[in-house]
Ligand binder design. Structure first.
Ligand SMILES: [Zn+2]
Ligand SMILES: [Zn+2]
Length: 337
C-alpha cells in the first residue's frame, strides 16, 4: 500500500528525529559522552579550617576539573571550572574575595602538563557572569606571567564576550569555542546578571549554568529577561544529552525545600551540586506560574528570589547579619589552637 502524504511526512519527521536528536541514547550504556564522577561530598562541612585547602580540586575526569573555594575564606564558596582541549585550556570564573585561585590553577595545569608530556598550554580565562564572587581572581591571573600557561583574558562584559565566542546576536544567538577536540557552546542567559552566559561541553554533556540555576537561591535581577533566558536554554538543550547541570554555588540542604540561612559558612548535609534538565523544566514551570508577577517561591531543590525592595522580607537582613556574626565567631573558635 502506498503511504499517504501525511503518513510519509510523519515517517520523514520520525527519521529526522532519530537521526539528529540525541537527548536519549538507544541503550543505557552511557552513550557517547566522556564519563566522569562528582565527589561524594565537598569539604565544606567544616569546621576545621586548618584541614581545608584554599581550593578543593576535584578531577571529574582527566580533562575536566571542578574547583571549590574554601568556606573559611568566603561563605560564598563558589565553584570554578577548568576544561582541557588538545590545543587550549579554559577556566570559567575566578572565585570570590580572599580566594587566591592562581596557585591552585597553576598546580592543576602543571599536573595536567606533566601527565600529558607537555610544557605549556594556552589558557582562556572567562566567566559565567560579572558578579564579584566570580571574578575576584581576575587580576592575579592577568598578571601571572607564567610561560607554562599564557593567558587570554575575556572581560566579563557583553561586547567582549560576544566577540570572543562569535555570538551572532545578543542574547538570542549562540556562540562556541573549540579547545581542540572539545567544542563548548555558549548561550547568553541574562536575567540574574546582564552578562550571564551558559556553557555546554559537547564532550561530557555538562551544562554550566552559573548563578542562573543551582541548588540554592536564584536571585533574579531582571525577571522578563530571566524568563526568556530560561526558555532559550530549554530550547538550546532540546535534543542534546545533558549529563549534569552545574551551577556556581550550593545553598540548599539535602532536606527538600530547606536552604541554609544567607551567609552560612559550614554546610553539613548539603545538597549535591548537580541538577538535571528536569530542574530547568521545573524552573520554567515555576516562572510561568507567576504570570509575569515575580515572587519568591521555594521548590524542592532551589528557590526563586526576585531581587529588589518589593520582595524583601521584614527583618531578613538583620537576621542574616546576626547569623553571619555567629558563624564567624564559631570559625574563629575552631581555627584557634
Ligand atoms: Zn551572581
Ligand atoms: Zn554567585
Amino acid at each position: 500500500m502506498k503511504p499517504s502524504r501525511s503518513a510519509a511526512s510523519l515517517v520523514l519527521a520520525l527519521s529526522l528525529a532519530s537521526c539528529c536528536l540525541r537527548a536519549q541514547f538507544p541503550q543505557p550504556d552511557g552513550g557517547t559522552l566522556e564519563r566522569g564522577s562528582l565527589p561524594e561530598h565537598w569539604l565544606s562541612e567544616g569546621p576545621k579550617c586548618m584541614e581545608i585547602p584554599e581550593w578543593q580540586v576535584h578531577e571529574y575526569n582527566p580533562n575536566f576539573f571542578i574547583l571549590r573555594q574554601s568556606p573559611c575564606t568566603d561563605y560564598e564558596k563558589p565553584f570554578v571550572f577548568l576544561f582541557f582541549g588538545k590545543d587550549r585550556a579554559m577556566l570559567v570564573d575566578t572565585g570570590s574575595r580572599n580566594g587566591n585561585l592562581a596557585p591552585a590553577i597553576q598546580t592543576t595545569v602543571k599536573n595536567w602538563l606533566t601527565r600529558n608530556n607537555r610544557t605549556s598550554v594556552p589558557l582562556i580565562v572567562t566567566h559565567t557572569h560579572a558578579h564579584g564572587d566570580h571574578i575576584f581572581g581576575d587580576k592575579a591571573l592577568q598578571t601571572l606571567n607564567d610561560p607554562a600557561l599564557p593567558i587570554t583574558f575575556v572581560a566579563p562584559e557583553i561586547e567582549a564576550t560576544r566577540k570572543f565566542f562569535s555570538i551572532d546576536a545578543w542574547p538570542s544567538g549562540t556562540g562556541h569555542i573549540d579547545l581542540g577536540g572539545r567544542v563548548l557552546d555558549i548561550v547568553p542567559i541574562p536575567g540574574h546578571n546582564n552578562v550571564s552566559i551558559a556553557f555546554y561541553d559537547r564532550n561530557t554533556g555538562i551544562l554550566l549554568s552559573g548563578d542562573s540555576l543551582y541548588p540554592g537561591r536564584l536571585y533574579v535581577q531582571d525577571f522578563p529577561a530571566f524568563q526568556a533566558s530560561t526558555e532559550r536554554l530549554i530550547k538550546f538543550t532540546e535534543g542534546k544529552p545533558i549529563a549534569h547541570i552545574l551551577g556556581n554555588h550550593i545553598e540548599q540542604t539535602s532536606t527538600p525545600f530547606l536552604d541554609y540561612p544567607v551567609g552560612t559558612i559550614y554546610q553539613p548535609n548539603e545538597h549535591e551540586l548537580a541538577l538535571s534538565r528536569g530542574s530547568l523544566l521545573e524552573l520554567e514551570d515555576t516562572l510561568l506560574s507567576m504570570h509575569g508577577t515575580p515572587k519568591r517561591l521555594a521548590l524542592r531543590d532551589f528557590s526563586v528570589w526576585p531581587q529588589g525592595q518589593a520582595f524583601a522580607v521584614p527583618n531578613e537582613r538583620a537576621k542574616s547579619a546576626q547569623h553571619m556574626k555567629e558563624q564567624k565567631e564559631k570559625m574563629w573558635d575552631h581555627t584557634t589552637p
